[in-house]
Design a protein around this ligand. Structure first.
Ligand code: HEM
Ligand SMILES: [Cu+2]
Length: 870
């Protein structure tokens, strides 16, 4: 079948690639067996090994915390996410204690509200999504034989943001000021709620979402640009495909929520009435924005676990996965479909019948790609010789639980069923069945499976089985009865209930079950952290897996792979017999660190032909500072302390500038470098071949999605309300809006022009263009804001002026960032960081401005033209 790994058709150069990339290497690429067997000088091999070790060594002592390498950051990240999960789990136990018996007064009502809100929010935002990113940061470079992620300092920054934000959000319940309106924060309950709880939720979680998006960008670029030579896109391990799909989903799912948070916080802090019906607002807009995020979120959580299963299953069956391309297609399909389902969370809000039908059908349809993936796994297991390892046990348990959750999901996707059980414990049962089956058990399987990879030690199979049975039985004892209490009418989010309506028994059983689950997690956690010092190192590839990560060194080395291999198969360890031996001998690429700089290989997107030797950042403290100040900029506004927030914001920007200036796109000491096997590649690349350019593109997709969500809000009000704009409302001053738009368009043209003339060697002209562009940007941003101010638009009076202001403020802030970038390039040109040959910064900044000019024009049209149309 077409699915079999193709071992003949090596890199012929894809159509969309610089197809000459492979040809440019001539006879040197791909490597022939003769080249790979050529003798190497043992002294040189030893010396290069030493240099490599020195370059990649992890700092010792307190400097350890300045590390940025993916193995350190990934470990901290996953342990932190696991810790947050345990905290959220303790809250769940307290909830269950309160609900164990009727009329209980163990927790006061408000505390109970804070606990379930924090339980849900922490599980979703501090555990489920970050856990995927953490595990991926940890594993991805190993899957790809890369030395590190393409932007290691960005991962470190993301981690420190996550830690600060997580402690801040979770800590609020300790002081009794946590959010209490449920994990989806519906207005008007949440807009009107007293205290800082809702602000902590909005700002703290936005901060974490920004970090999540940063990690997603990095993971996507890692998959696209940092694969080993020869690993064409259809030879990638399935996990990498899932990273691509899930990363893409994060890019499109989180920004609507961030846009919603932005509007919500403007309402809470400054009384701009987006969700207040008395002044034209509409609480339903929040529900849409939340669930456009919230439903894909479910799949963002679930697909990575499928990805883990896709790595465990072939190993357990000892044969290649069945239906590779079908699995990839279904994963992509699930990703797309999941964006079309959000309204099934809103079946009871009085949507039109047609929408109900559409969203109901779409919700049923998503079963198909999900089913394809599960059947592909079952088929692989059926034709293979399955070894019942502990990871397989967890996978089997997860399939059973997930299927049960999927079945109740199919029931709920029918609107009439949903009307009956909406907001009851039936939903609580359903959501935990899907989440435990779709995330918790697969992650535990992954931990057992990959533990020998991380630590070179084994977890105990005996404890593993014990933990599994406790968690599995406890889980069903907890959540199965909730189906019945739900059908009996017990609403979710109630802190107590009377004793005479038959809810006591199922609730008591649930509480007992919850403690059994907790016991299972404790056994698991103990097995995870118990000292294993005296245990001997495991074998190198203890499960006899076929994928590249198991070629790792024992004991661990910071360099990841001694040399970066040439890959010809999906299961190189099974199909390329001499691979590991040659990797270890340093026969492949980048076996040396001659200049003592951390380097990894960049390849083309489709065919993985080497195109660049990328220098990546090493240990630093600047990321911690940047994260702390970013945290301040988000955290102070929760308490309405704006001056310190502004100071923190400015300092955060200063840190980021310093970090980019000193650590990225520095002109190298030589243009090209020999990377082994007779191959020479450039060290510095700008434009579409460079990872940084891809990083900018992908970031801007997320940013554009957030902007599109704001515009969606505008259209939503415009179409669903007849007082938008209200009669006799004043509009923005047309002349000023368009003057601003023209200035900003000119600024965009000048930035692009600067790139062209700089390339042509006319640096002076480029500087002039950049200086003029920066001036025009400032003027343009001011003109756009002025257009609303001078027309006397009062954002607190009605949702119409508020929405206009929100769009204009968004644009003004973004172009101001663009102004800083223009000045950054200008300074780069003046101080020799940016030259006609080394102009990556200017490429990235003009790419940013392409997006800016589009949003400026859309904004001008929307605020000026749309409202005057009848
Ligand atoms: C020992 C494990 C767990 C137990 C005993 C548990 C228990 C509960 C209970 C009883 C509720 C309903 C609270 C109420 O409506 O009053 C709830 C809600 C929720 N749980 Fe869990 N849970 C567990 C694990 C998880 C996990 C692993 C996740 C996700 C990764 C999760 C996500 C949620 C969410 C999103 C809600 C909804 C919160 C809200 O209504 O705002 N739970 N949980
Ligand atoms: Cu959904």
């Amino acid at each position: 079948m077409t699915d079999a790994p193709d071992r003949q058709g090596r890199n012929q150069g894809g159509r969309h690639e610089p197809s000459d990339a492979a040809a440019a290497h001539g006879d040197a690429y791909p490597p022939t067996p003769a080249m790979l067997d050529a003798p190497i000088d043992p002294d040189f091999a030893k010396a290069s090994e030493e240099r490599l070790r020195e370059t990649w060594k992890t700092p010792k002592g307190w400097r350890y915390w300045s590390a940025v390498n993916n193995s350190e950051v990934g470990t901290w990240y996953s342990l932190t996410a696991f810790f947050f999960m345990l905290c959220a789990g303790v809250l769940a136990l307290l909830i269950r204690v309160q609900l164990a018996v009727p009329d209980n007064d163990f927790l006061p009502a408000d505390t109970f509200n804070q606990f379930f809100t924090m339980h849900g929010s922490a599980m979703m935002f501090l555990f489920a999504v970050p856990m995927f990113e953490a595990i991926s940061i940890l594993l991805l470079p190993a899957f790809l034989g890369a030395r590190d992620m393409p932007f290691p300092r960005l991962s470190a920054y993301g981690y420190w943001c996550f830690l600060i934000g997580g402690i801040f959000v979770l800590g609020s319940v300790l002081f009794g000021v946590g959010p209490s309106s449920g994990w989806f924060m519906y207005p008007p309950l949440a807009t009107k709620s007293e205290g800082v709880g809702a602000d902590i939720w909005l700002l703290g979680l936005s901060f974490i979402e920004v970090a999540s998006i940063a990690a997603a960008v990095e993971l996507i670029v890692g998959v696209l640009k940092c694969r080993p030579p020869g690993m064409r896109i259809n030879l990638m391990p399935l996990y990498a495909w899932y990273v691509l799909v899930v990363g893409g989903m994060i890019l499109f799912a989180f920004p609507p929520l961030i846009a919603g948070d932005f509007l919500f916080e403007l309402e809470r802090s400054f009384d701009w009435p987006f969700f207040d019906p008395e002044r034209g607002g509409d609480p339903m807009l929040w529900q849409h924005l939340f669930w456009i995020f919230g439903h894909p979120e479910v799949y963002i959580i679930f697909l990575p676990s499928i990805a883990i299963a896709a790595m465990v299953v072939p190993t357990a069956a000892q044969r290649p996965i069945f239906g590779y391309s079908w699995i990839v297609l279904s994963a992509v399909g699930t990703g797309f479909l999941s964006f079309g389902l959000w309204a099934h969370h809103m079946f009871t809000t009085g949507l039109p019948a047609l929408s109900l039908g559409f969203f109901s059908a779409a919700s049923e349809a998503v079963v198909i790609p999900t089913g394809v993936q599960i059947f592909a796994f079952l088929a692989t297991l059926m034709v293979g010789r399955v070894t019942w390892s502990v990871p397989m046990l967890y996978i089997a348990g997860s399939l059973a639980i997930f299927t049960a959750g999927g079945l109740t999901g199919v029931m709920l996707a029918l609107a009439p069923m949903d009307w009956q059980v909406h907001d009851t414990y039936f939903i609580v049962a359903h959501l935990h069945y899907t989440i435990f089956g779709g995330m918790v058990f697969p992650v535990m399987a992954g931990v057992y499976y990959f533990y020998p990879f991380f630590t070179k030690k084994q977890m105990s199979p005996r404890l593993g089985r014990l933990a599994f049975w406790l968690a599995f039985v406890g889980f069903n004892v907890t959540f199965m009865p909730m189906h019945f209490s739900g059908l009996m009418g017990m609403p979710r989010r109630v802190y107590t209930y009377p004793g005479d309506i038959g809810w006591d028994l199922p609730n008591l059983i649930s509480t007992v079950g919850a403690f059994v689950v907790a016991a299972g997690f404790l056994v698991f956690a103990w097995d995870l952290v118990r000292p294993k010092g005296r245990q001997p190192y495991t074998a190198r590839n203890p499960w006899n897996a076929g994928t590249l990560e198991w070629a790792h060194d024992i004991p661990d080395q910071g360099w990841g792979a001694r040399s970066i291999p040439y890959i010809e198969s999906r299961y190189p360890l099974w199909d390329q017999p001499k691979l590991v031996e040659r990797m270890d001998a340093g026969r492949y690429y980048l076996a040396d660190a001659a200049e003592g700089k951390r380097e990894t290989l960049v390849t083309t997107v489709l065919d993985a032909v080497p195109v660049q030797c990328l220098r990546v950042g090493g240990p630093t403290w600047i990321t911690h500072l940047a994260a702390a100040f970013t945290g301040g900029a988000f955290i102070f506004p929760t308490f309405h302390w704006y001056p310190p927030a502004i100071v923190c914001g400015v300092l955060a920007i200063a840190c980021v500038i310093w970090w980019l200036w000193t650590g990225t796109a520095r002109p190298p000491e030589k243009t090209e470098k020999e990377i082994g096997l007779g191959l020479t590649v450039p060290i510095y690349v700008s434009g579409p071949a460079a990872p940084g350019w891809w990083g900018m593109w992908i970031t801007m997709l997320a940013d554009a999605t957030a902007f599109a969500s704001l515009i969606f809000g505008f259209f939503y009000f415009w179409t669903s309300s007849d007082s938008f704009p209200p009669e006799g409302a004043s509009h923005v001053a047309r002349g000023w809006v368009w003057a601003g738009a023209i200035a900003l368009t000119a600024s965009w043209a000048l930035t692009r022009g600067a790139r062209v003339v700089n390339r042509a060697g006319r640096a002076g002209l480029a500087r002039l263009a950049l200086a003029a562009a920066a001036g025009l940007t400032a003027a343009g941003a001011a003109a756009m804001l002025w257009s609303a101010h001078t027309a006397g638009l009062d954002p607190t009076s009605h949702v119409y002026p508020a929405t206009v202001w929100a769009v204009l403020v968004w644009v003004a802030v973004h172009v101001s960032a663009g102004c800083i970038m223009q000045l950054y390039c200008l300074a780069g040109s003046l101080f020799g960081k940016l030259t006609p040959d080394y102009d990556a910064d200017l490429w990235n900044v003009s790419l940013y401005w392409n997006f800016m000019v589009a949003s400026v024009l859309v904004a001008a049209a929307v605020v000026d033209l749309l409202p005057r149309m009848v």
